[in-house]
Ligand binder design. Structure first.
Ligand code: 6PG
Length: 478
């Protein structure tokens, strides 16, 4: 078969099929392949008129149909299935060819794969694709890792199919090897925090303010007209105003309250623990999902602690609703500040030189966390490229300062009413910890030195010290 395709894609489940259609729709000849040929046939039969598809039954035929240096996108389940496709592909490739993993791979798998293929003269690209099935078809946000050479070959195609904001594609070369998959992982972690904050806002409006789901939908729709504008806020209104056809009840009341997770949020927290980045919002969001799934423990706890604390009735419901909006925004600033801290820490650790402003730029559209908010982050890093935390960027500092008292009122009201707000309250604790002049960590250092002789630094002079706690309490320089 003549090599006529600009790019190839194997793995035609919904994400892969939609990405292939998006590429074909943008005028690129794309070679398509799937382990089950029926899927390939179905794609061409149903959508063949959308562009130039070159369908192949075998992997050999598929590879032969792609022009050199070949660019081949793998869109199969993360983990072993991806390794299996790589193992099948590599023997068929020539030096300089490019293998792209568009799945939600763990970035350490991408590091391993990139190293292995580099040793065989091949390029391996970990590519984060965000926006779900709809984004894959109509414009995702694309976070591309790998070599400069690979991006030179891939960039024109990927930038043409990505979402666009202000004429700028939501696609960029994030950095070498696993940089793309790493920032996609952190994107998903931020997504978890965003969703948890929205869920806690809903819980407060429902169970403290006493609003019905349809009324809460109207509140979210209103918030979506302001600085909380985002895809997640928008679809929250859609979900909350939906009525279950079968029962006529609010849809949210017929959904089981046990949240699942494919793993990217968990990976984000595990990585943050290794990097020493306190992503408290993302961690609490991830643990809240786990807690919701411990249905046996929950039912036992409900039996033992039957009564809900009597919350004090609200003086002014509208004021509380606005307080929740302010608390949501302030907590969101914390969650994003923490997520961008993790991107910076990962970039330093792996020498990726990731540009945080570029991440905010490509997250403005196409991805699940897309929001007006990302424009403000882009501006913050443009004004101060070495910003140590987003929290102190003037725009966000003002927002948090303006919302601080509301934030405290909401957390206090939630505590009084027995409504769990792990993300709201941990974000407030992070804010208070970060700006505190004297933290109780001094006592922790002293205790560590007492029981483990782990030493400590003093505030009044340089050096490392130990006190002879079991002896005469004298201090010596370690
Ligand atoms: C995206 C999404 C996607 C994620 C699903 C499910 O960026 O398009 O983040 O990658 O896998 O939303 O994620 P969880 O099962 O972890 O919630």
């Amino acid at each position: 078969m003549a090599a006529e395709a600009t790019i190839g894609l194997t793995g035609l489940a919904v994400m892969g099929r939609n990405l292939a259609r998006n590429i074909a729709r943008h005028g690129h000849t794309i070679a398509v392949h799937n382990r089950t040929t029926a899927r390939t046939t179905a794609l061409v039969d149903e959508f063949g008129d959308e562009g130039d598809f070159v369908a192949s039954e075998s992997m050999e035929e598929f590879v032969a149909s792609i022009e050199r240096p070949r660019a081949i996108v793998i869109m199969v389940k993360a983990g072993e299935p991806t390794d299996a496709v790589i193992d099948e592909l590599v023997p068929l490739l020539d030096e300089g060819d490019i293998v792209v993993d568009g799945g939600n791979a763990h970035f350490t798998d991408t590091l391993r794969r990139e190293q292995a293929l580099q040793e065989r003269g091949l390029h391996f690209v970990g590519m984060g694709v965000s926006g779900g099935e709809e984004g894959a078809l109509n414009g995702p946000s694309i976070m591309v890792g790998g070599s400069d050479e690979a991006y030179e070959r891939l960039g024109p195609v990927l930038e043409s199919i990505a979402a666009e904001v202000d004429g700028t594609p939501c696609c960029t070369h994030v950095g070498p090897d696993a940089a793309g998959h790493f920032v996609k992982m952190v994107h998903n972690g931020i997504e978890y925090a965003d969703m948890q904050l929205i869920a806690e806002s809903y819980d407060l409006l429902r169970n403290v303010a006493g609003l019905e789901p349809a009324e809460i939908a109207a509140v979210f729709r209103d918030w979506n007209d302001g600085d909380l504008e985002s895809f997640l806020i928008e679809i929250t209104a859609v979900v909350l105003e939906h009525t279950d056809a079968e029962t006529g009840r609010p849809f949210v009341d017929v959904v089981q309250d046990a949240a699942e997770q494919k793993g990217t949020g968990r990976w984000t927290v595990q990585s943050a623990l290794d990097l020493g980045v306190p992503v408290t919002g993302i961690a609490e969001a991830t643990f809240a999902r786990s807690l919701s799934g411990h249905t046996e423990q929950r039912s036992a706890a409900r039996t033992v602690f039957a009564t809900d604390p009597e919350g004090t009735p609200l003086d002014d419901r509208d004021a509380f609703v606005d307080d929740v909006r302010a608390a949501l925004y302030a907590s969101k600033v914390v969650a994003y500040a923490q997520g961008f801290d993790q991107v910076a820490a990962g970039s330093d650790e792996h020498d990726w030189d990731v540009d945080p402003g570029a991440m905010a730029t490509i997250w403005r559209g196409g991805c699940i966390i897309r929001a007006q908010f990302l424009d403000r982050i882009k501006e913050a890093y443009a004004d101060e490229p070495d910003l140590t935390t987003l929290l102190t960027a003037p725009y966000f500092a003002d927002a948090v300062r303006d919302g601080e008292s509301a934030w405290r009122r909401v957390v206090a009201t939630a505590v009084g009413a027995g409504v769990p707000t792990p993300a709201f309250s941990s974000s407030l604790a992070y804010f208070d910890g970060l700006r505190r002049e004297h933290l109780p960590a001094a006592l922790i250092q002293a205790l560590r030195d007492n029981f483990g002789a782990h030493t400590y630094a003093r505030v009044d002079r340089e050096g490392t010290f130990h006190t002879a706690w079991a002896d005469d309490l004298s201090e010596s320089e370690a």
